[in-house]
Design a protein around this ligand. Structure first.
Ligand code: FMN
Length: 234
């Protein structure tokens, strides 16, 4: 009899665990869909069908969707947004996120940049053509964010031809940043941040834009903490 009871208890335990695993998955799906439906995305006129197809594209991006889902659930009020073609800006963005205890979100192009695309020696490469065209707006493939949840957004990118990559303009033109401190930062082969921060502020048309800063790859977290405390006069 004891044996039968233990067998029944074993199966009850297994089915309980299976139910838990199942509910975690569906919670994720709900969070992802709420990321898509709420928020202050400027293109509110998009149809449900368009949103659904955006979602399936975003889902294929995997980690970006997960990051956006995390953003949706978090209680943090600082966000680090970055675009990075070869990983340098990503490294700095991660240090800023650690120093500021912030969420982090990667802007990814629908068509990611290949080595050929990034060839600045080629006057016909994708980046050369995009940077020569102030109106170019490469499409973003990562999931949407909900900027209004944050009081401060750090926004990072590599310098391309002395300016912000055009995909950063796509990003800032997609949202309303009213009431949010916007802090540009960049990495480069040596150029300063130049007029890129001002370009972003002008194109965004909303947000409280602070002076930006250029960082080198090896910047320490301590230097970043100092920069943050100077920014906000802590
Ligand atoms: C198309 C292109 C244009 C660039 N233009 C500049 C530039 O004008 N000045 C500069 O100092 N570095 C320039 N760089 C170098 C990048 O800014 C630098 O390598 C940056 O740290 C790369 O960041 P990432 O790894 O996050 O993409 C350029 C790089 C590329 C691919």
């Amino acid at each position: 009899m004891k044996k039968i009871i233990s067998v029944i208890m074993f199966f009850a335990l297994i089915s309980g665990l299976a139910a838990c695993a199942g509910s975690t998955g569906s919670d994720n799906i709900e969070t992802k869909s709420s990321v898509e439906t709420e928020g202050s995305h400027k293109d509110e006129g998009a149809t449900e069908a368009e949103n659904a197809s955006d979602m399936s594209e975003a889902t294929s991006e995997g980690s970006s969707v997960e990051q956006a889902a995390d953003n949706n659930q978090t209680t943090k009020d600082v966000l680090v947004v970055y675009f990075s073609a070869t990983g340098t800006t990503k490294g700095v963005a991660e240090k800023i996120a650690a120093a500021a205890d912030a969420d982090i979100y990667e802007i990814k192009a629908v068509n990611e940049y290949t080595e050929d695309d990034l060839n600045w020696h080629d006057s016909d490469s994708r980046t050369t053509k995009e940077q020569n065209d102030e109106e170019a707006r490469p499409e973003i493939g990562s999931a949407e964010i909900t900027p209004e949840k944050y009081s401060t957004i750090y926004i990072g990118y590599p310098i391309w031809w002395g300016e912000e990559p055009r995909i950063m303009d796509t990003f800032v033109e997609s949202y309303n940043f009213d009431g949010i401190n916007m802090v540009p930062f960049c990495t480069s082969g040596g150029s300063g941040i130049g007029r890129s921060g001002q370009n972003l502020a002008d194109n965004a048309g909303s947000g409280n834009w602070l002076d930006g800063k250029r960082f080198s790859t090896g910047v320490s977290e301590e230097d970043i903490r100092e920069w943050i405390s100077e920014l906000f006069n802590y």
